[in-house]
Each structure stands twice: as C-alpha cells, then as structure tokens.
Ligand binder design. Structure first.
Ligand SMILES: Cc1cc2nc3c(=O)[nH]c(=O)nc-3n(C[C@H](O)[C@H](O)[C@H](O)COP(=O)(O)O)c2cc1C
Length: 318
C-alpha cells in the first residue's frame, strides 16, 4: 500500500491510543509486525507553540518508520503550523483527528465534533496539505451519530483536496467505544474513493481482522485494544491471511516483550512516572498467564525496575 509517497509494507497498522501509543510501545508493535504506527492525539495549539509536553509526545526515532504524528484542532492555520512541526520532527505522515469523542474536546468544536461539518474538515485538510510535503491522512468516524453518516461525503471532499489516506473507525462519535462497529461503513468509504482506506474497530482475534478486510474491502486495518499486551496479533493475522495458524507465544516470549516495554517506559517517562504506569502496562501482558491473580497481587509490591525484572523471571516462565 502507498499512502501518498510513503510505502507501507502491508495493511496491518497500529491504531493511535492515548496513554498507550508512546515511543516504546510503538517500537515494540513495529518490531512485532505493525506496518505503520501513530502517536496519540495531541492538541494542535500545543504542537504549534512547541509546548514541552507536546514535544515529548512527539518524540520519535527512525526505527519506527513509517510513522504518523496525530494532531487535532479546529483552526486551519493552527493545524497547518502544527503539521509543519510534525514534519520537521521527522514523522513520515501527519494524521488529523476528527474522531475523538471526549466531551471537553467536542465542546471546543474539535475532534469528533467536526464529523458534523464536512466543509470545515475539507478546509482544514486543504490548509494542511498545502503546508507540508509529507502525506496527510485523516482519522474519521462514521458520523456524529447513528442518524447522520457523513464519512462518505467527507472522504470524497478530502480526497479532492489531496489527502493521502483515511483511517475510518467504524462507529459514530456518539457511540464512543461501545456497541458493535459497523464494518459496512468502511466498505462504503472504500468504494467512494481511490486513496487507501484503513478500517478500525473491533479486531481482537486474528479471524476478526480477516473478516474485517474481506467484508469491507479495506486496504488495511488499524488495531487498537486488541494489541494491548498482545503484539503477536499482527503476525498471527498475517499468517492467517495465508491460511496458517501461529501458535500462541510462550510465557517467556511474553516476558521478554513486557520487559522491553517496561524498560522503554522507564527510559521514556523516568522512574517515578513509569512506576505509576507499571501495574497497568504489565497486567495487559500478564492476563494471558494462568496465574494472573498472583501476578496482579505481586505487581503492587514492586518498588523499582530490578524488582520488576525479578517478578517477570518468576512469573513469565515457559
Ligand atoms: C484508550 C484509547 C485511546 C484512544 N486514543 C485515540 C487517539 O488518541 N487518537 C485516535 O485517533 N483514536 C484513538 N482511539 C481510537 C482507536 O484508535 C481505535 O480506532 C478504536 O479503539 C477502535 O479500535 P479497536 O476496537 O481495535 O480498539 C483510542 C482508543 C482507546 C481505546
């Protein structure tokens, strides 16, 4: 698949997730088979003003390539300026978020609120495409709610403005993250435009992705919650598309992956912040172990990284 000038090896990509898709997480998913990764959503005003926290969220390395930086906002000039910063920091693409259902953001007329305003999305896209030389993609939902499906109109408008690709979360903004995704929405977008369309929503098992791709005809699928604690999902899906079922990873393989992620988080966040995230980050991996409850009790007593390594050696044994 090609998104603008950028070659993406295959269609299995990592969906952006706030508080999850940090640099060590993205790198892990890349190493385990995601073709394209993306930062979490960052306010365009913070990126444009080079706010310290925004720049931290936009830390990246060429090992992650190809990777996208995601921004949201409502002012075309501000988004264009933020996109220039994303390009300058080395990202291969800039992704515009029109999907976030968080009330605080929607009340400001940003994120998912703009799914009700195709013209505004078109204006923003035109300004951003003009501002950068990297491809511009959009993360969309089906529409503001179940009664208004705006995504097809938006897809056609932004394709005409030079958007390089679309990621369509197959739920409405009103649905947030609950209720079944409607993969037919992705099929309708796919048949309305020529640029690559990546679907998102509801892939937990390899077979879900294969069904999603078959039913929607999409060029790819962006995987979110299904890969938390399970980076093997990407390889398992790839294998299944050729009819092969991969064995589940051993406990020690899971241990190596969680250790890489946690060590990365200690480097990226510093010890105090990484320690606060430790139980959540590691439990996603440990829930696949037979004695998860023992691990969950023990993780709250861990005081530092050497302590955590000891716990991994005890629990993640093949
Ligand atoms: C905790 C969480 C945070 C998310 N943060 C973002 C975000 O920052 N930007 C974005 O475009 N989508 C975000 N999403 C939506 C996901 O990218 C994805 O489209 C959605 O979760 C559906 O896919 P899934 O069923 O595979 O999780 C988030 C989802 C979750 C669960």
């Amino acid at each position: 698949m090609k998104i603008g000038s950028v070659r993406v090896a295959h269609g299995l990509t990592l969906a952006p997730m706030e508080e999850h898709t940090n640099p060590p997480f993205r790198l892990l998913m890349k190493q385990y088979g995601a073709s394209l990764v993306c930062t979490e959503r960052i306010d365009a005003c913070d990126v444009a003003s080079r706010d310290r926290r925004a720049l931290k969220l936009l830390q990246t390395s060429s090992q992650e390539s190809p990777r996208a930086g995601q921004i949201s906002g409502a002012d075309p000039h501000e988004l264009a300026e933020a996109a220039r910063v994303v390009e300058e920091l080395g990202f291969d693409m800039v992704d515009l978020n029109f999907e976030c259902p968080i009330r605080r953001l929607c009340q400001r007329g940003e994120g998912g609120a703009l799914m009700a305003d195709p013209e505004a999305i078109e204006r923003i896209t035109a300004a951003v495409v003009k501002a950068v030389s990297i491809p511009v993609t959009l993360k969309l939902r089906s529409g503001p709610d179940g009664d208004r499906e705006t995504v097809v109109e938006i897809a056609q408008r932004v394709e005409a403005q030079g958007a390089g690709g679309l990621i369509v979360h197959a739920r409405s903004v009103a649905q947030a993250y609950v209720g079944g995704p409607d993969w037919n929405v992705v099929a309708r977008v796919k048949s309305a435009v020529k640029i690559p369309v990546i679907g998102s929503g509801g892939v937990r098992e390899p077979v879900d992705a294969v069904r999603f791709l078959n039913e929607s005809g999409a060029d790819g699928v962006a995987i979110g919650r299904g890969c938390l604690g399970n980076p093997w999902l990407f390889q398992q899906i790839r294998a299944l598309t050729t009819g092969t079922q991969l064995a589940a990873p051993s406990a020690s393989e899971r241990g190596r992956a969680v250790l890489q992620l946690v060590e990365g988080e200690f480097r990226y966040y510093g010890a105090a912040a990484a320690q606060r995230r430790l139980a959540r980050t590691s439990c996603y991996f440990a829930k696949h172990l037979p004695d998860f409850n023992t691990f969950r009790d023990a993780i709250h007593k861990v005081r530092d990284l050497p302590d955590f390594k000891r716990l991994v050696r005890e629990h993640f044994v093949a």
